[in-house]
Design a protein around this ligand. Sequence first.
Ligand code: NAP
Length: 172
Amino acid sequence: MRYPGISVIAAIDRHSAIGRNNQIPWRLSADMKYFKNATMGKTIVMGRNTFASLGYRQLPGRHTVVVSSDVKLGEMYGVDVYESLENALDANASKNCETMIIGGGMLYRAALEYAEKLYITYVDTVVADADCFFPSFDESFVLVSEEKHHSDEKNEFDYSFRIYERKSNQMQ
Ligand SMILES: NC(=O)c1ccc[n+]([C@@H]2O[C@H](COP(=O)([O-])OP(=O)(O)OC[C@H]3O[C@@H](n4cnc5c(N)ncnc54)[C@H](OP(=O)(O)O)[C@@H]3O)[C@@H](O)[C@H]2O)c1
């Protein structure tokens, strides 16, 4: 791989929707905890729209990297900003640490070719009026684990935590 240790983390619906009106279109408390555990202590890389959707906040305990042509964001919000995903990965990807690509749709599309592992929360619903989607990945990745859960008062839909690995990694 061109960059070591790249993982993608996303929650997707049955049709691969990930967003609506620059927000995540469901309420799943367990997925927020899962995301926190999976990213804690690591470098997280996001597109400018996703950074905006988080209120231009750095997430505590994680090194926040934003991909945007607006380099002023760095000074304004105290994050590292790069004009391309490749520049961000050149500066931050490391053999010894997993780099987590956290969205959104545009960044996922660019990042998929570099990813070795995908953490996909499958949300068992179809979001009406979704306007942002995860790219298709079935051809290059294989499911290596799945943990299924039912909806409850804190999680409005059934969901599964799925982990995929790049097929070439599996063959070795
Ligand atoms: N379900 C999930 O797991 C999940 C996770 C994260 C986000 N989301 C959702 O995803 C949606 C946002 O996604 P989005 O596709 O609209 O935007 P995005 O990928 O978050 O950000 C797009 C912006 O980031 C920069 N960018 C992204 N990829 C780039 C690349 N390869 N090279 C250079 N610049 C790049 C550009 O910024 P400039 O225009 O400033 O140059 C671009 O306009 C929201 O609805 C959000 O809630 C969902």
